[in-house]
Design a protein around this ligand. Structure first.
Ligand code: NDP
Length: 291
Protein backbone atom coordinates (compact mmCIF):
# COMPACT_ATOMS: atom_id res chain seq x y z
CA UNK A 1 0.00 0.00 0.00
CA UNK A 2 1.11 3.55 -0.69
CA UNK A 3 1.97 5.74 2.32
CA UNK A 4 -0.69 8.16 3.57
CA UNK A 5 -0.37 11.87 2.80
CA UNK A 6 -2.07 15.01 4.09
CA UNK A 7 -2.69 18.06 1.90
CA UNK A 8 -3.55 21.35 3.62
CA UNK A 9 -4.84 24.05 1.29
CA UNK A 10 -7.24 23.20 -1.54
CA UNK A 11 -6.95 26.18 -3.84
CA UNK A 12 -6.39 25.55 -7.53
CA UNK A 13 -2.95 24.11 -6.83
CA UNK A 14 -3.76 22.21 -3.63
CA UNK A 15 -6.69 20.43 -5.32
CA UNK A 16 -4.40 19.40 -8.17
CA UNK A 17 -1.80 18.08 -5.69
CA UNK A 18 -4.36 16.10 -3.71
CA UNK A 19 -5.89 14.77 -6.92
CA UNK A 20 -2.50 13.52 -8.16
CA UNK A 21 -1.85 11.77 -4.83
CA UNK A 22 -5.27 10.07 -5.01
CA UNK A 23 -4.56 9.05 -8.62
CA UNK A 24 -1.28 7.49 -7.45
CA UNK A 25 -3.14 5.48 -4.83
CA UNK A 26 -2.11 7.33 -1.66
CA UNK A 27 -4.61 7.44 1.19
CA UNK A 28 -5.06 11.23 1.23
CA UNK A 29 -6.38 13.45 3.99
CA UNK A 30 -7.25 17.05 3.14
CA UNK A 31 -8.17 20.25 4.95
CA UNK A 32 -9.23 23.62 3.59
CA UNK A 33 -10.66 26.77 5.21
CA UNK A 34 -13.59 26.70 2.79
CA UNK A 35 -14.70 23.12 3.36
CA UNK A 36 -16.75 22.80 0.16
CA UNK A 37 -13.56 22.84 -1.88
CA UNK A 38 -12.89 19.32 -0.58
CA UNK A 39 -16.16 17.89 -1.94
CA UNK A 40 -14.90 16.60 -5.29
CA UNK A 41 -11.80 15.10 -3.64
CA UNK A 42 -13.94 13.43 -0.98
CA UNK A 43 -16.01 11.88 -3.76
CA UNK A 44 -12.77 10.42 -5.12
CA UNK A 45 -11.88 8.90 -1.75
CA UNK A 46 -10.07 11.63 0.19
CA UNK A 47 -10.62 11.85 3.94
CA UNK A 48 -11.69 15.35 4.98
CA UNK A 49 -10.24 16.56 8.30
CA UNK A 50 -12.25 18.95 10.47
CA UNK A 51 -9.22 20.96 11.61
CA UNK A 52 -5.59 21.51 10.50
CA UNK A 53 -4.46 19.62 13.64
CA UNK A 54 -6.58 16.62 12.68
CA UNK A 55 -5.18 16.77 9.14
CA UNK A 56 -1.59 16.90 10.41
CA UNK A 57 -2.19 13.98 12.76
CA UNK A 58 -3.49 11.79 9.90
CA UNK A 59 -0.21 11.29 7.98
CA UNK A 60 3.56 11.20 8.49
CA UNK A 61 3.89 13.46 5.42
CA UNK A 62 2.07 16.80 5.48
CA UNK A 63 2.02 18.92 2.33
CA UNK A 64 0.87 22.53 2.64
CA UNK A 65 -0.02 24.71 -0.34
CA UNK A 66 -1.66 27.93 0.79
CA UNK A 67 -1.82 31.47 -0.54
CA UNK A 68 1.33 32.79 1.12
CA UNK A 69 3.73 32.43 4.02
CA UNK A 70 1.52 34.37 6.46
CA UNK A 71 -1.35 32.00 5.73
CA UNK A 72 0.89 28.96 6.33
CA UNK A 73 1.82 30.22 9.81
CA UNK A 74 -1.77 31.16 10.62
CA UNK A 75 -3.11 27.74 9.60
CA UNK A 76 -0.29 25.65 11.14
CA UNK A 77 0.21 27.47 14.48
CA UNK A 78 -2.87 25.83 16.08
CA UNK A 79 -1.73 22.44 14.72
CA UNK A 80 1.88 22.82 15.88
CA UNK A 81 1.58 20.24 18.65
CA UNK A 82 0.67 17.56 16.12
CA UNK A 83 3.78 18.08 13.94
CA UNK A 84 6.28 16.26 16.17
CA UNK A 85 7.99 13.44 14.26
CA UNK A 86 6.33 14.30 10.95
CA UNK A 87 7.68 15.76 7.73
CA UNK A 88 6.29 19.12 6.63
CA UNK A 89 6.61 19.85 2.90
CA UNK A 90 5.72 23.46 2.19
CA UNK A 91 4.84 24.07 -1.47
CA UNK A 92 3.55 27.60 -0.84
CA UNK A 93 5.28 30.27 -2.91
CA UNK A 94 7.62 32.35 -0.77
CA UNK A 95 11.07 33.84 -0.29
CA UNK A 96 14.27 32.07 0.81
CA UNK A 97 14.13 33.93 4.15
CA UNK A 98 10.53 32.83 4.76
CA UNK A 99 11.52 29.23 3.98
CA UNK A 100 14.43 29.35 6.44
CA UNK A 101 12.22 30.86 9.14
CA UNK A 102 9.49 28.27 8.62
CA UNK A 103 12.17 25.54 8.70
CA UNK A 104 13.41 26.83 12.07
CA UNK A 105 9.82 27.01 13.35
CA UNK A 106 9.12 23.45 12.17
CA UNK A 107 12.33 22.18 13.80
CA UNK A 108 11.09 23.74 17.05
CA UNK A 109 7.97 21.58 16.73
CA UNK A 110 10.06 18.43 16.18
CA UNK A 111 9.19 18.23 12.47
CA UNK A 112 11.49 17.63 9.53
CA UNK A 113 11.12 20.37 6.95
CA UNK A 114 11.31 20.41 3.17
CA UNK A 115 10.47 23.54 1.22
CA UNK A 116 9.34 23.39 -2.37
CA UNK A 117 8.76 25.50 -5.43
CA UNK A 118 6.24 24.31 -8.00
CA UNK A 119 7.37 25.10 -11.54
CA UNK A 120 4.06 24.19 -13.13
CA UNK A 121 0.44 25.23 -13.40
CA UNK A 122 -2.31 23.04 -11.89
CA UNK A 123 -3.22 21.06 -15.08
CA UNK A 124 0.43 19.91 -15.33
CA UNK A 125 0.50 18.41 -11.82
CA UNK A 126 0.94 14.63 -11.81
CA UNK A 127 2.71 14.67 -15.17
CA UNK A 128 6.48 14.42 -15.75
CA UNK A 129 6.61 17.93 -17.28
CA UNK A 130 5.65 19.40 -13.91
CA UNK A 131 8.91 20.16 -12.10
CA UNK A 132 8.87 20.61 -8.35
CA UNK A 133 12.05 21.95 -6.76
CA UNK A 134 12.78 20.95 -3.17
CA UNK A 135 15.31 21.92 -0.51
CA UNK A 136 15.79 21.26 3.18
CA UNK A 137 16.19 18.00 5.10
CA UNK A 138 17.90 15.54 2.70
CA UNK A 139 16.80 12.60 4.88
CA UNK A 140 13.14 13.66 4.83
CA UNK A 141 13.26 14.22 1.08
CA UNK A 142 14.81 10.79 0.51
CA UNK A 143 12.19 9.16 2.73
CA UNK A 144 9.30 10.72 0.78
CA UNK A 145 10.81 11.07 -2.70
CA UNK A 146 8.66 8.31 -4.18
CA UNK A 147 5.47 9.90 -2.84
CA UNK A 148 6.46 13.40 -3.98
CA UNK A 149 7.15 11.92 -7.42
CA UNK A 150 3.39 11.56 -7.83
CA UNK A 151 3.17 15.37 -8.13
CA UNK A 152 5.70 15.66 -10.96
CA UNK A 153 9.45 15.44 -11.49
CA UNK A 154 11.07 16.03 -8.09
CA UNK A 155 14.48 17.69 -7.79
CA UNK A 156 16.23 18.23 -4.45
CA UNK A 157 18.63 21.19 -4.53
CA UNK A 158 20.35 20.91 -1.16
CA UNK A 159 20.04 21.01 2.62
CA UNK A 160 19.55 24.80 2.85
CA UNK A 161 15.74 25.13 3.01
CA UNK A 162 15.94 28.50 1.21
CA UNK A 163 17.33 27.07 -2.04
CA UNK A 164 14.03 25.96 -3.60
CA UNK A 165 12.50 29.40 -3.08
CA UNK A 166 15.65 31.03 -4.45
CA UNK A 167 15.49 28.96 -7.65
CA UNK A 168 11.74 29.45 -7.83
CA UNK A 169 11.84 33.25 -7.65
CA UNK A 170 14.82 33.31 -10.03
CA UNK A 171 12.96 31.21 -12.59
CA UNK A 172 9.80 33.27 -12.19
CA UNK A 173 11.87 36.45 -12.60
CA UNK A 174 13.25 35.11 -15.89
CA UNK A 175 9.70 34.22 -16.92
CA UNK A 176 8.33 37.68 -16.16
CA UNK A 177 11.21 39.22 -18.12
CA UNK A 178 10.10 37.18 -21.10
CA UNK A 179 6.38 37.91 -20.63
CA UNK A 180 7.10 41.60 -20.06
CA UNK A 181 9.16 41.78 -23.24
CA UNK A 182 6.46 39.94 -25.17
CA UNK A 183 3.66 42.19 -23.92
CA UNK A 184 5.64 45.30 -24.82
CA UNK A 185 6.48 43.89 -28.26
CA UNK A 186 2.84 43.12 -28.98
CA UNK A 187 1.77 46.56 -27.75
CA UNK A 188 4.20 48.03 -30.27
CA UNK A 189 2.99 46.00 -33.26
CA UNK A 190 -0.66 46.51 -32.31
CA UNK A 191 -0.07 50.27 -32.47
CA UNK A 192 -0.04 49.67 -36.24
CA UNK A 193 -2.92 47.16 -36.10
CA UNK A 194 -0.70 44.11 -36.69
CA UNK A 195 -2.64 41.25 -35.05
CA UNK A 196 -0.71 39.72 -32.16
CA UNK A 197 -1.39 36.25 -33.56
CA UNK A 198 0.33 37.25 -36.79
CA UNK A 199 3.41 38.71 -35.09
CA UNK A 200 3.87 36.15 -32.32
CA UNK A 201 5.47 33.34 -34.40
CA UNK A 202 8.33 35.76 -35.10
CA UNK A 203 8.71 36.41 -31.36
CA UNK A 204 8.79 32.70 -30.61
CA UNK A 205 11.49 32.07 -33.22
CA UNK A 206 13.52 35.12 -32.17
CA UNK A 207 13.44 34.30 -28.46
CA UNK A 208 14.37 30.70 -29.30
CA UNK A 209 17.42 31.90 -31.23
CA UNK A 210 18.41 34.33 -28.46
CA UNK A 211 17.96 31.68 -25.79
CA UNK A 212 20.80 29.71 -27.32
CA UNK A 213 23.21 32.38 -26.11
CA UNK A 214 22.30 31.86 -22.43
CA UNK A 215 24.79 29.04 -21.64
CA UNK A 216 27.68 31.12 -23.03
CA UNK A 217 26.46 34.14 -21.02
CA UNK A 218 26.35 31.95 -17.92
CA UNK A 219 29.98 30.96 -18.50
CA UNK A 220 30.90 34.64 -18.78
CA UNK A 221 29.04 35.42 -15.55
CA UNK A 222 30.86 32.61 -13.72
CA UNK A 223 34.30 33.51 -15.06
CA UNK A 224 33.91 37.29 -14.72
CA UNK A 225 35.25 37.61 -18.27
CA UNK A 226 32.59 39.28 -20.42
CA UNK A 227 33.50 39.13 -24.11
CA UNK A 228 31.38 41.39 -26.33
CA UNK A 229 31.16 38.69 -29.07
CA UNK A 230 30.23 41.19 -31.75
CA UNK A 231 27.70 43.24 -29.75
CA UNK A 232 29.46 45.59 -27.33
CA UNK A 233 27.55 47.38 -24.58
CA UNK A 234 28.25 50.89 -25.93
CA UNK A 235 26.52 49.98 -29.20
CA UNK A 236 23.64 48.31 -27.31
CA UNK A 237 23.15 51.33 -25.00
CA UNK A 238 22.95 53.57 -28.07
CA UNK A 239 20.51 51.33 -29.96
CA UNK A 240 18.35 50.84 -26.86
CA UNK A 241 17.38 54.52 -26.91
CA UNK A 242 15.61 53.79 -30.23
CA UNK A 243 13.45 51.16 -28.52
CA UNK A 244 12.20 53.79 -26.07
CA UNK A 245 11.82 56.54 -28.67
CA UNK A 246 9.88 54.25 -31.01
CA UNK A 247 7.56 53.23 -28.18
CA UNK A 248 6.83 56.86 -27.28
CA UNK A 249 6.26 57.74 -30.96
CA UNK A 250 3.80 54.83 -31.26
CA UNK A 251 1.93 55.80 -28.11
CA UNK A 252 3.19 52.81 -26.11
CA UNK A 253 4.27 53.08 -22.46
CA UNK A 254 7.93 52.44 -21.69
CA UNK A 255 7.68 51.30 -18.06
CA UNK A 256 8.68 47.71 -18.86
CA UNK A 257 11.68 48.88 -20.89
CA UNK A 258 13.16 51.84 -18.97
CA UNK A 259 15.00 49.85 -16.27
CA UNK A 260 17.29 48.12 -18.79
CA UNK A 261 18.26 51.49 -20.29
CA UNK A 262 19.29 52.80 -16.87
CA UNK A 263 21.41 49.69 -16.33
CA UNK A 264 23.04 49.89 -19.77
CA UNK A 265 23.92 53.54 -19.18
CA UNK A 266 25.36 52.73 -15.76
CA UNK A 267 27.46 49.94 -17.30
CA UNK A 268 28.89 52.23 -19.97
CA UNK A 269 29.59 54.94 -17.35
CA UNK A 270 31.37 52.35 -15.22
CA UNK A 271 33.73 51.53 -18.10
CA UNK A 272 32.07 48.36 -19.43
CA UNK A 273 31.36 49.80 -22.90
CA UNK A 274 33.58 47.23 -24.60
CA UNK A 275 32.15 44.28 -22.64
CA UNK A 276 29.19 42.05 -23.44
CA UNK A 277 25.66 42.13 -21.99
CA UNK A 278 26.55 39.55 -19.34
CA UNK A 279 28.61 42.17 -17.48
CA UNK A 280 25.33 43.77 -16.29
CA UNK A 281 24.91 40.98 -13.73
CA UNK A 282 27.64 42.36 -11.49
CA UNK A 283 25.99 45.80 -11.47
CA UNK A 284 22.76 44.29 -10.11
CA UNK A 285 24.31 43.21 -6.82
CA UNK A 286 23.37 45.61 -4.04
CA UNK A 287 24.98 43.65 -1.19
CA UNK A 288 27.93 41.25 -0.88
CA UNK A 289 27.02 37.59 -1.40
CA UNK A 290 27.43 36.80 2.30
CA UNK A 291 25.90 40.13 3.46
P1 NDP B 1 -5.65 29.87 -4.63
O1 NDP B 1 -5.87 31.32 -4.49
O2 NDP B 1 -6.46 29.08 -5.60
O3 NDP B 1 -5.83 29.18 -3.20
C1 NDP B 1 -5.40 29.82 -2.01
C2 NDP B 1 -5.47 28.84 -0.86
O4 NDP B 1 -5.08 29.53 0.35
C3 NDP B 1 -6.88 28.30 -0.61
O5 NDP B 1 -6.80 27.01 -0.05
C4 NDP B 1 -7.40 29.30 0.43
O6 NDP B 1 -8.45 28.80 1.20
C5 NDP B 1 -6.17 29.46 1.28
N1 NDP B 1 -6.20 30.66 2.09
C6 NDP B 1 -6.06 31.95 1.69
N2 NDP B 1 -6.15 32.76 2.74
C7 NDP B 1 -6.38 31.99 3.84
C8 NDP B 1 -6.56 32.26 5.21
N3 NDP B 1 -6.51 33.51 5.70
N4 NDP B 1 -6.77 31.20 6.05
C9 NDP B 1 -6.80 29.94 5.57
N5 NDP B 1 -6.64 29.62 4.27
C10 NDP B 1 -6.43 30.63 3.42
O7 NDP B 1 -4.09 29.70 -4.91
P2 NDP B 1 -3.33 28.44 -5.61
O8 NDP B 1 -3.87 27.17 -5.06
O9 NDP B 1 -3.29 28.64 -7.07
O10 NDP B 1 -1.85 28.69 -5.07
C11 NDP B 1 -1.41 28.14 -3.81
C12 NDP B 1 0.08 28.33 -3.73
O11 NDP B 1 0.70 27.66 -4.84
C13 NDP B 1 0.51 29.80 -3.81
O12 NDP B 1 1.58 30.05 -2.93
C14 NDP B 1 0.94 29.94 -5.26
O13 NDP B 1 1.89 30.98 -5.44
C15 NDP B 1 1.54 28.56 -5.52
N6 NDP B 1 1.60 28.23 -6.95
C16 NDP B 1 0.46 28.34 -7.72
C17 NDP B 1 0.53 28.11 -9.09
C18 NDP B 1 -0.69 28.21 -9.95
O14 NDP B 1 -0.52 28.33 -11.17
N7 NDP B 1 -1.89 28.16 -9.41
C19 NDP B 1 1.82 27.75 -9.73
C20 NDP B 1 2.91 27.58 -8.83
C21 NDP B 1 2.80 27.85 -7.49
P3 NDP B 1 -10.00 29.09 0.75
O15 NDP B 1 -10.31 28.05 -0.28
O16 NDP B 1 -10.76 28.93 2.01
O17 NDP B 1 -10.05 30.51 0.21
Amino acid sequence: ARPPVTVIGLGDMGRALAGALLDAGHPTTVWNRTASRADALAARGAAVAATPAEAVAASPLVIVCLLDDGTVRKVLEPAAGALDGRTLVNLTNGTPRQARETAAWAAGQGAQYVDGGIMAVPPMIGRPEALVLYSGSPAAFAAHEATLGALGAARHLGADPGLAALYDVALLSAMYGMFGGFLHAVALTRSEKVPAAEFTPLVVAWLGAMMESLPAMAEAVDSGDHPATGSNLRMQATAYVNLLEAARDQGVGTELMEPMRALLDRAVAAGHGDDGLSSLVDLLRTAPADG
